[in-house]
Design a protein. Structure first.
Length: 221
């Protein structure tokens, strides 16, 4: 369960709803039936929230579901554990765009914890997955929960940059206040779509320029 107190308070009514209780029962059964075969590990499911308290959110990046490869997923969308080599292709394309957009070299590792600690909520649409089976935990209730997260965030906070890559992430735009925030949309950074508008989107510089215009510090991408 979520440990971070601001998110726990904000979502207290949501986690008492029948669908969420059913979801938790399903997830528990999955971990019991497939020890070491559900990602991320149970203690990391809500890590995005634990690392990025609600009052400190400046950017929201919406992903799909966790990496289904053992040792990759650790609770933050697009991010991997520090020892993972090579980088997943979507993450590699993100680093390529940062290099092109901001002139920054590739980082030493693929962990995006450094972003989360700066107020970047790295939110997958679905928070768990079976090994080797992408979208295996889709349509079980996670989508309703993450919809509620974005609704709550949109109600309580303004001046946030929402980064929506790909159709599934862009479906969430209906929950956002388009006037009070900056909404950035582009194709998903996967190899299948990165060359159709993700590369060259310049979302990282756009985000930082938005903050600078408001007299705030940009993100160290």
């Amino acid at each position: 369960m979520i440990q971070e107190i601001s998110w726990l308070n904000a979502l207290s009514k949501e986690i008492e709803k029948p669908y969420f209780k059913d979801l938790m029962l399903f997830i528990q059964s999955e971990y019991a039936a497939r020890p070491n075969g559900i990602f991320p590990s149970q203690d990391l499911i809500f890590r995005a929230f634990d690392l990025c308290p609600l009052p400190e959110v400046h950017v929201v990046i919406v992903g799909q579901d966790p990496y289904p490869t053992k040792g990759h997923a650790h609770g933050l969308c697009f991010s991997v554990e520090e020892d993972v080599r090579p980088f997943p292709k979507s993450l590699l394309n993100i680093f390529k765009e940062i290099e092109h957009d901001l002139g920054l070299p590739y980082p030493e590792n693929g962990s995006l914890i450094r972003w989360a600690k700066q107020g970047v909520l790295l939110l997958n649409t679905v928070l768990t997955v079976r090994e080797g089976q992408p979208e295996s935990h889709a349509r079980r209730g996670w989508e309703e929960f993450t919809d509620a997260v974005l609704k709550k965030l949109s109600q309580e906070r303004k001046g946030i940059v929402y980064v929506l890559w790909g159709k599934k992430a862009q479906e969430k735009v209906k929950f956002l206040d388009l006037e009070a925030n900056l909404i950035l949309q582009a194709p998903h950074p996967s190899p299948l779509s990165a060359y159709h508008g993700f590369f060259g989107c310049k979302h990282f510089s756009q985000a930082n320029n938005y903050f600078i215009q408001k007299g705030k510090k940009g993100i160290e991408w």
